[in-house]
Design a protein around this ligand. Sequence first.
Ligand SMILES: [Mg+2]
Ligand SMILES: [Zn+2]
Length: 199
Amino acid sequence: MKVQNSQLRPAVFFDRDGVICEFVDELSKFEEFRFRKGIAEAIRLLNQNGFLVFVATNQPNIAKAKMTLTELNRIHDYMVSELSQQGAKIDRVYFCPHRTAEGGGVVEGYIKDCDCRKPKAGMLLQAAQEFNIDKKNSFMIGDTWRDVGCANSFGIPCLGLLGGGGFPYPEDSKESQKPQPLKIFSNPHEAVQWIVKNG
Ligand SMILES: [Mg+2]
Ligand SMILES: [Zn+2]
């Protein structure tokens, strides 16, 4: 059945580490997970304005044997339910548990040069199969060039956040040569306010 335009909804894809939660290098324990300030308000504002809300996160720690799937699910269950209690609904969480052997992958079944690890667009393409997304009015919010690369290859702009694990990159760094965000904001709530006003 052909999807009518009126059935399409704009979406915002959030990176997790450094965007939903405070950036911790290779976060692998439940106790290390702390929400970024203003994230519940940001997601609530999107819900109120009819946006679908997704999380798309690389979690190579699974492939690297630094975290179990049980622990990752525990973190994501907490993330979704805690936000939900604050009136902020996440429609679905997508994660990439893979890593190549060269990248440090050691767990059988997860050692893979997959299509879902950002900057590839696999997780967003999956969301587009599962939901009726109005791509023209959709955005990603991330803190690294990988998020920008993923968003752009899916065909949507990426807004960048300061205070995470990436932006701003030093001018002479190799990351500064990678795809850069449309605009940069100090926190998730500011980015979402801009989307609701200008998106
Ligand atoms: Mg991140
Ligand atoms: Zn993957």
